[in-house]
Design a binder for this molecule. Structure first.
Ligand SMILES: [Zn+2]
Length: 143
């Protein structure tokens, strides 16, 4: 699990602002605050609730609804990947390319399956279609 950021306000705003502009988003204060939390140089997996908790350290903490909307917006603009897991909350990933995940529901953890463990899937697309991406979530539970 990534360490919680204690002093988000101390992180530089310029890279976050640039990232938003590059994605075609107006860099409002709340978007910049959230981008600073999300894009800290490490790939991360999270739910809106986790980010809402972390964002309590900023000067004007966003509401949970704002966090939901902003994460959804960031995903629409390609800054995040939304990962739907049956029976779980929506997860987001800062690594946006296709890759496989482990999901541990009993601990609410989502993390990448190392590429070396991923089998080559030879799946034929039905006629008239092409495979856009293959997303696999392997569910785990403790023993
Ligand atoms: Zn991932």
């Amino acid at each position: 699990m990534p360490a919680m950021i204690k002093h988000v306000a101390a992180l530089p705003a310029a890279p976050a602002r640039a990232k938003l502009l590059e994605a075609g988003l107006r860099p409002t204060r709340q978007r910049v605050d959230l981008a600073k939390i999300l894009f800290n140089g490490e790939d991360r997996h999270f739910t809106a609730e986790m980010i809402h908790t972390e964002s309590r350290t900023v000067r004007h903490p966003p509401s949970l609804a704002t966090v939901y909307n902003t994460l959804h917006l960031f995903a629409e603009h390609g800054l995040l990947r939304e990962i739907a897991i049956y029976g779980a909350k929506a997860w987001y990933d800062t690594k946006t390319g296709p890759h496989f995940h482990f999901y541990r529901g009993d601990r609410e953890e989502l993390f990448d399956i190392p590429d070396a463990m991923v089998p080559l899937l030879n799946i034929a697309a039905p006629e008239g279609t092409v495979i856009e991406a293959i997303d696999v979530v392997v569910r785990l539970k403790g023993v």
